[in-house]
Write a new protein. Structure first.
Length: 601
């Protein structure tokens, strides 16, 4: 072998041990072991490896001469006593190794078909320097060989290795899951290799009885020595498969590949697994999806949730949509457990819907009934709710008490109605009956309006109240205006209009006899008819304001209804078209002379 001059081998003593540790950390597959006298050192590249039964593992052995003189070495390889099915051989280095240099050879560890576990092989180098006297020099290193899970022999061998990820988790949506593996012909002759999949007996795995057989593509391959082929495994996922971990084992077998001394074909296996997580999915349906309800009326429907998951789980009812939270509710508990793997994996809830009139009459509102797993929505159904019409309104007057009105005249008041409902409506106005001689007339007895959501929700009419000529000042007439639907029914609103009358004053006095005669000392009577032409009862005062007999006026007084009035002579006379009679009584003076008179004013 050619010496590698100029390469500095590990130093002797304690320093040599430190260098060996550093090399171990930098080159993980190499091993330095230094002899006690530190004249030789061995490096194994790599220091450990894996080989399938029936195959061999080869290591490069470097022997360093750390002395200054050339030295020859002899090499040996010894397996531990517990190595079963392992044999080893090592090549010798011919010729001396110059000081400060190294030479290489090969260590071969061969595994039989029944090899298992690991085997440590001790490599020993014994050297002799070329100078005399030759000091003893030895070095040791250990190679660790581990039996792999493949199999091989001088003629037949196979290895199957699953590609990552070996364990996959189903996302709940895929209908199929696939894995791949690489099959290698590790034998020395072309072979037909079959691939089969069986349930694995690995601990922590559940039965795969609910699954169909795993599809293997291709299930048989013909490979030359050291050739490989990728195999695809496809698994159909049953609907609602129970949450658990499921495992399979893929086995590659060399057909007709029986190793001498063995009863079975050479084969190799590797496993793969599927994790089915808990799946909480559902499908919902409604007993009635299209509903009609008037405002403040309650209608019901039933929502049913079917469990499409793979375990029992708690579903809660939620509502989405405009007004959904205000209008929709569950009659009873709003959540419950959906059963799984029973004859009826469903749960039902009664939904109550009570709309208000916040939307236009006969409009449709969509309310989504949602099944939730915690805060996660899982399935929906939609209710189409048609909202009917609400009715009602308010009314106002331009004035409830206008200024007093003169008899024979009229007053006009504007009536305004407002539609409070959610749809168009025609309102009817009525008035109470006024007293005889009075009249109350509406310009329009019906008013058409649109819903309260429009700009035409109001309407007006004029109410004219006419007074008779003889309306009394004491009259206070109340006209009640009522608002109701054109179709009748309840009265939505009423307003009272109070009409008062202006007070008027007037009278007519008529003296029926302007002249009377009588003897001295007697009384004569002058009837006076008085009519109150005003419209309220008034106090009238009678008096004599002048006499022609200024020096000695004759005595006089007034009588009414046979009663003598006391001064001042006042009578309360109600308004009337009929006069009353008041008598002026004049007492003729006893000393009055014949033809004497007194004219009273």
């Amino acid at each position: 072998m050619l010496a590698k001059d100029g390469v500095q081998p590990p130093a002797f003593g304690t320093a040599g041990i430190l260098v060996a540790i550093i090399i171990f950390s930098v080159i993980p597959y190499s091993s330095y072991i230094v002899s006690a006298d530190a004249s030789l050192a061995i490096e194994l590249i790599p220091s450990a490896q894996e080989a399938n039964p029936g195959e061999s593992a080869e290591y490069t052995v470097r022997v360093y001469n750390q002395g200054s003189e050339a030295a020859t070495v002899s090499l040996s390889a010894t397996n531990d006593q517990d190595c079963t099915g392992y044999s080893s051989s090592i090549g010798q280095i011919s010729g001396p190794i110059e000081g400060g240099s190294y030479e290489e050879t090969t260590l071969t560890v061969t595994l039989s078909q029944n090899a298992e576990g690991s085997c440590d092989t001790l490599v020993t180098a014994t050297g002799n320097e070329q100078s005399s006297p030759p000091p003893p020099g030895t070095a040791e290193a250990t190679a660790t060989t581990t039996a792999g899970d493949g199999s091989g022999s001088a003629v037949f061998g196979v290895d199957i290795t699953m590609d990552a990820p070996v364990e996959q988790t189903w996302d709940g949506t895929e209908e199929q899951m696939t894995w791949t593996a690489v099959v290698e012909n590790t034998g020395q002759t072309e072979s037909t290799i079959s691939i089969e999949v069986d349930e694995s007996d690995e601990s922590g795995c559940s039965s795969t009885i609910d699954f169909d057989d795993v599809d293997v593509d291709p299930s048989s391959v013909s490979l030359g020595a050291n050739d490989t082929e990728t195999i695809t495994f496809t698994l159909d996922i049953p609907e609602g498969q129970e949450a658990d971990r499921y495992c399979w084992e893929a086995t590659a077998t060399v057909q007709g590949g029986v190793t001498p001394g063995e009863d079975e074909n050479v084969s190799d296996s590797d496993s793969f697994s599927l994790v089915v997580p808990p799946i909480h999915e559902c499908e919902s349906s409604l007993s009635k999806a299209n509903l009609f309800a008037n405002p403040d009326e309650t209608v019901t429907t039933v929502v049913t949730f079917e469990n499409l998951g793979n375990e029992p789980w708690s579903v809660s009812v939620d509502f989405q949509g405009v007004n959904a939270q205000e209008w929709a509710s569950v009659d009873g508990p709003s959540s419950g457990q959906i059963p799984y793997d029973t004859s009826d994996d469903t749960i039902s809830f009664t939904i109550e819907l009570t709309p208000d009139d916040s939307v236009e009459a006969n409009s449709e509102t969509t309310i989504t009934v949602r099944g939730k797993d915690g805060s996660s929505p899982k399935c929906d159904s939609e209710i189409t709710l048609t909202v009917g019409q609400s009715y009602g309104g308010t009314m106002s007057l331009s004035t409830r008490a206008p200024p007093p009105v003169n008899p024979g005249e009229s007053v006009e008041v504007q009536v305004t109605v407002v539609n409070n409902g959610n749809g168009p409506e025609v309102f009817r106005l009525t008035t109470s009956s006024p007293p005889v001689g009075w009249s109350a007339t509406l310009s329009d007895s019906t008013i058409s309006t649109s819903s309260r959501f429009s700009g035409s929700k109001e309407g007006t009419a004029d109410l004219t109240v006419s007074l008779p000529d003889n309306a009394l000042a004491t009259d206070v007439v109340v006209i009640t205006i009522s608002m109701l639907s054109q179709d009748g029914g309840e009265v939505y609103a009423t307003e009272d209009l109070e009409i008062s009358v202006v007070a008027t004053y007037g009278m007519i006095a008529d003296v029926k006899l302007s002249e009377q005669e009588g003897r001295p000392g007697t009384e004569v009577m002058f009837p006076i008819e008085v009519t109150n032409t005003g419209n309220k009862e008034d106090l009238f005062q009678f008096s004599v304001i002048a006499h022609t007999q200024v020096a000695n006026p004759w005595e006089s007084y007034f009588q009414y209804n046979g009663q003598t009035l006391t001064s001042p002579y006042r009578i309360s006379i109600p308004p009337s078209e009929q006069p009353i009679t008041v008598n002026l009584v004049v007492v003729i003076d006893e000393n009055a002379e014949r033809q004497q008179s007194d004219v009273l004013t």
